[in-house]
Design a protein around this ligand. Sequence first.
Ligand SMILES: Nc1ncnc2c1ncn2[C@@H]1O[C@H](COP(=O)(O)O)[C@@H](OP(=O)(O)O)[C@H]1O
Ligand SMILES: [Mg+2]
Ligand SMILES: [Mg+2]
Ligand SMILES: [Mg+2]
Length: 350
Amino acid sequence: MSLLTEKQIAIAAVRRACALTSLVFNQLRQNETLTKDDESPVTVGDFGSQAVINTVLRHAFPDDPIVGEEDSAELRSDSTEAVRHRIVELVNRILTAPLQPGENEQWGFGPERGLSTDEVMDMIDRGNYNGGSTGRLWTLDPIDGTKGFLRGGQYAVCLALIIDSVVHLGVVGCPNLPLSASNPSGPRGCIFVAVKDQGAFQFSLDDPFNPETAVPLHLPAMSTPENSCILQSVGHTRLTVNDRVAQLLGWTMPPISMDSQAKYCSLSRGEGGVYLRLAGDLGYREKIWDHAPSAILIEEAGGVITDADGEPLNFGLGRSLENNYGIIAAGKDVHSRVLKAVKQVRAEGK
Ligand SMILES: Nc1ncnc2c1ncn2[C@@H]1O[C@H](COP(=O)(O)O)[C@@H](OP(=O)(O)O)[C@H]1O
Ligand SMILES: [Mg+2]
Ligand SMILES: [Mg+2]
Ligand SMILES: [Mg+2]
């Protein structure tokens, strides 16, 4: 399956959504953040990004269902009128900006495409699909790492195409991630793209995808304790487990704590050593949009991604990874060593 059109459209949608989130990031105003029922934050950037991407997917693939993180229920009340208007303004500004290289007006961009408030709300709600094991579906995290976004750290706009429970395409935009790990204060803004059996690539968020200049990504096959460390979530990590795993492996480099799927992106270009996530709340089920877009990135970069028992992630059980606890992603050799250590640490009751 070449999925060339899907890839081009997903890249264009994520690039536009990143333009929206960057705009919001640079001028986030007071009262542009709401708190969801689970107490997590959501901003005009999250809603706007979801509306932009769903609009593009709707134009290009009207029959494809979308499992998106956000929905518009809270936005439709009188008390959120100002936020709602700001989202509509942002979405129309982004969708109606002139066509850029690599874009097609049939994809929902262009000067004629301004949406009404109701249409924007409906576009957000095209993400309400409950998921499932058969057929095509897209999964979208319009801003992953909203807490990182709010504190000026890392965040990512993440989109994946899943066919019959298997991730076939992943696109992750990281507006705040340096293009080169070796130059952390250098230019920022990367996009990571992987298609099943076609490899994984990084390129600049500012440039349209060009296979000639995209950088192919490869996880190192082997690593040494001296140059390896754990990439972990800022807020959703069982630190006792991670610290003990590092100790068992003899890794002395301190862990890298970072928000969002930017961790997976960093790993895919050879930074760190392992993505290790065991949620503190043992009953928490990871969401498919938090992992599907990057799972294929890791696999296409030559790595392995499983749960904490070494089992494959099952993306066909609805909006959550119902049968998986914990995530381990790494190059093949490191993965097997980390999995063994994780099993030992869990047996120790940590
Ligand atoms: N108790 C919990 N355990 C693990 N992950 C959680 C969690 N509560 C929320 N999350 C998820 O963690 C994601 C952020 O990942 P990270 O911690 O690696 O930065 C959040 O994505 P959003 O920011 O899109 O809501 C959210 O879906
Ligand atoms: Mg969220
Ligand atoms: Mg997320
Ligand atoms: Mg999110």
